[in-house]
Design a protein around this ligand. Structure first.
Ligand code: OFO
Length: 177
């Protein structure tokens, strides 16, 4: 059982995570058409991770016997100035998500909702990792500057990113990685 305010806030977070997925899918598409296939892979992996974040919330709201409410997903930006521009926007977006997860935790604490506090701990840890990944790539892109050879070397490295998050939710939305 969830407090209605908590259920509403978790439903809003489902939408934010789906928007995150949509934003990174857009960045993957832009990278692909810019000839940066490794960056396209990195953002496609991120798309899957964000879909999983949304589906974990979806499963949790359902298991708590509350209604999942799916809202309109806003269209993401389609054009970007550079790889550094994409990762700068990614970091800014992740900082916004971190704030929203912290607000969900504050609400769960104020409602004495212990189950939701435990559930949200996974997201709090995940956000530290996400911001760290973005900061690392931004630092590399700043070193690369206008050097296309170095950019292609990073592109090759990002081509190796993979994920083990579930992409098949037929056995339930809240599976473990
Ligand atoms: Fe990128 O962590 Fe979810 O949104």
């Amino acid at each position: 059982m969830l407090h209605q305010e908590m259920a509403n806030a978790l439903n809003k977070q489902i939408n934010r995570e789906m928007y995150s997925a949509y934003l990174y899918l857009s960045m993957s598409n832009f990278s692909d058409k810019s000839g940066l296939k490794g960056f396209a892979n990195w953002f496609m992996v991120q798309y899957h991770e964000e879909t999983y974040h949304a589906m974990k919330l979806y499963g949790y709201v359902q298991r708590q016997g509350e209604d999942v409410v799916l809202d309109t997903i806003k269209a993401p930006q389609a054009e970007f100035k550079s790889a550094l521009d994409m990762f700068t926007l990614t970091l800014e977006h992740e900082q916004y998500i971190t704030t929203s997860i912290n607000e969900l935790m504050d609400l769960a604490i104020s409602k004495k909702d212990h189950a939701t506090q435990i559930f949200l701990e996974w997201y709090i840890t995940e956000q530290v990792e996400e911001e760290e990944n973005d900061n690392d790539i931004i630092a590399q892109l700043k070193l690369i500057g206008d050097n296309p050879h170095a950019l292609l070397m990073l592109d090759r490295e990002l081509a190796g990113r993979s994920t083990n998050v579930p992409t098949d939710f037929t056995k339930g939305a809240e599976q473990e990685e």
